[in-house]
Design a protein around this ligand. Sequence first.
Ligand SMILES: [Zn+2]
Length: 352
Amino acid sequence: MRRALLILLLIVTVWAMARPAAAQQAFTVGPVTASPGAMAAGTIQVAARAGDAGTTIPITVINGASAGPVLALIAGTHGMEYVPIVALQRMRDRIDPKTLKGTIVMVHVANMPSFLGRTIYYSPVDGKNLNRVYPGKADGTISERIAETITREIIGRATHVVDLHCGDGNESLRPYSYWITTGESKVAETGRAMALAFGLDHIIVDKERPTDPAASLYTTNTAITRGKPGLTTETGGMAVVDEASIELVNKGVSGVMKHLGMRADGPAPVAKPVFLERTEVVRAGVTGVFYAAVERGHMVKKGASLGRITDFHGKTIEEIVAPFDGQILYVIGTPPITKGEPVAAMGAPGVK
Ligand SMILES: [Zn+2]
């Protein structure tokens, strides 16, 4: 009996040792296939339909020599958020597929109509916000078809997702990330660890995202509602491409890769994160010309002026005040303002 057990143990040991540790396969996304230990790039086509000419989604697949997580890095959801777009262009040549464990899938410009059309928030083609139409529709408008394509080809293939934003072309923003707590607790906990690993020291605790995968609305939430941990980051703004913000993206992605075991070295997680449990987007009550009274990062007291809106002749028609004591995460830095649009976002730590 004991001898039979020993033989069985021997067989199991030999089988385990003979098995390749983590055999990597070729990885295909849309028309792009990367062999193990190689990088490949190409373009996903979003076909034309009645009403628009379709669009393209440029991607890079960096396939590591050994198997591991599939990390999707998505830039350009909003077309005037340039820092992550430029950061990914630089980063692709710095990641060595020979030493990479797992696979990186980069979306360089998710929203090409908005990028080339130089629009904030909304697509110039259908007037929709790409980050509000997920998981998209195969027979929908251009933004809905982009979302459907990214849901299927990118999020569907990934194990982890980082949606890289920055302040839009009109938003003066201090860096922060969103930790989305909806979804299974394991997914949420990994998302928290990814936020710490990305390294931005202000983290919004976002408990308000929809839980229905069929109405996920946001890119990261589409991953989370499909059981895949994700993170949304904000670095830079005002259509400025600055080195400091690019480095925040580079360092952040390196930290997430290290955390996921995709690379051996990398920056340490943020040591003293500020979790912002209370946040609010303060919106304009009227349409007109906005004059900010605060700057990004400022600490303000409840009731303090955040700015004012004048009519088009210069008469003040609304004073905007802080809804609570907190920090300015972003403030609109250009004059045009339409009723209902954000003028600023504020955050404050909670009880954590
Ligand atoms: Zn954005």
